[in-house]
Design a protein around this ligand. Sequence first.
Ligand SMILES: Nc1ncnc2c1ncn2[C@@H]1O[C@H](COP(=O)(O)OP(=O)(O)OP(=O)(O)O)[C@@H](O)[C@H]1O
Length: 308
Amino acid sequence: MTDFTAEVQGVTKRYGETEAVRGVDLTLAPGECVAMVGHNGAGKSSLIKLMLGLTTPTEGRIRVLGGDPASAACSPIRRRIGFLPENVAFHPSMTGRETLDFYARLKGAPCRDNDALFEKVGLEPAAIRRRVSTYSKGMRQRLALAQALLGGPKLLFLDEPTTGLDPALRQSFYAIVAELRDRGTTILLCSHALTELEGQADRVVVMNRGRKVADGSLATLRSLAQLPVRIRLTLPTGDIDALAARVGEGAALTRLAGGVVELACANDDKVGLVRRIACDGPTVQDIEIVQPSLDEMYAHFLRREAAE
Ligand SMILES: Nc1ncnc2c1ncn2[C@@H]1O[C@H](COP(=O)(O)OP(=O)(O)OP(=O)(O)O)[C@@H](O)[C@H]1O
C-alpha cells in the first residue's frame, strides 16, 4: 500500500514510432497541487491520459488511488478522478443544467449536488437555463470545471484550464483551485502560462520531449538552476557611475529606462551587495529584488537538457 495519490514508475508510452512519454517517474502526494509545464508535444496530455486509465503504458507501472486506473475492476477509482481536458466541447443545444446532469449520470454522481457545483464555479441560475451555444468562453470553462468536480474528486487533472480566460476569471479560477487543495484534493495542473502558476503550485514538474527534466518546489528549482537574481535600483542618473564603482565586478550592471539600473548577481551574494549599495553609497530612491521567474527556469532546464 502506498501513501501517494498517484504513482508513475518508469513509464514509457509509444504511439508507433513516437515516444510521447519516456521513462517518467512521478508521484503526487495527497493534497498536493503540482504544475506540469512543457512545450507543445512534451508529453503532458499523454501522461494525464495514462493516469486517467484512458491509455496504458508501453513500459512501466501506474497506480492511482491505490489501483491500476486502466483496469476494468477500478471503475470506482475512476469515479474519484476529475478531469478538465484542454479543449472541452459540450453539446451546443443542451443547457448548462442538462449538460451537468448528463455528465453526473455518466459518472454515477447525484444530480442533486449540481446546484452547489454551479454556485462553486460561479454559474448564475439564469445561465444554467441557457443553451451552451450561447455561452462565452469563460462560462464554458466554468461549466467544464463543474463537470470535473462532479462526485467530489480526490484527484483532479486540469489541462490548460485558463487558456482564453480574462485575468479576473483566471483569478477566480485559481481561487477555486486553492480552496480544493486546502480541502485535500490532489491536483495536477498543466499550463503554458508559467507566470500565473507561481504561487499556485507546491511543486513544478518540467517535461521536455517526453522526459521529466526537473521536479521540485519553486525554491528547489531556483537553487538547482542557480540563475542570477536581479536587483533593480532607481537612482539619479548622476549617481550611476558611483554605483558601478561601488558594486565592482561582483554584479553585472545594466541601465534600464527611467533611471533604473539592474544588477545581476548570484543569489548568495545579494544581501552583501545590497549592504554595499546602502552604506553611504549613491542615493537609491527605490529597490526591488527580482527572483528568476518560472519562465526563465523553464528555459534554463530545457537548455541544460539540450546541452546534455
Ligand atoms: N494518439 C496519438 N497517436 C500518435 N501520436 C500521439 C498521440 N497522442 C500524442 N501523440 C504524440 O505524442 C507526443 C506528445 O503529445 P502530447 O499531446 O502528450 O503533448 P503535450 O505536452 O500535451 O502537448 P500540448 O501542450 O500541445 O498539449 C506528440 O509528438 C504527439 O504528436
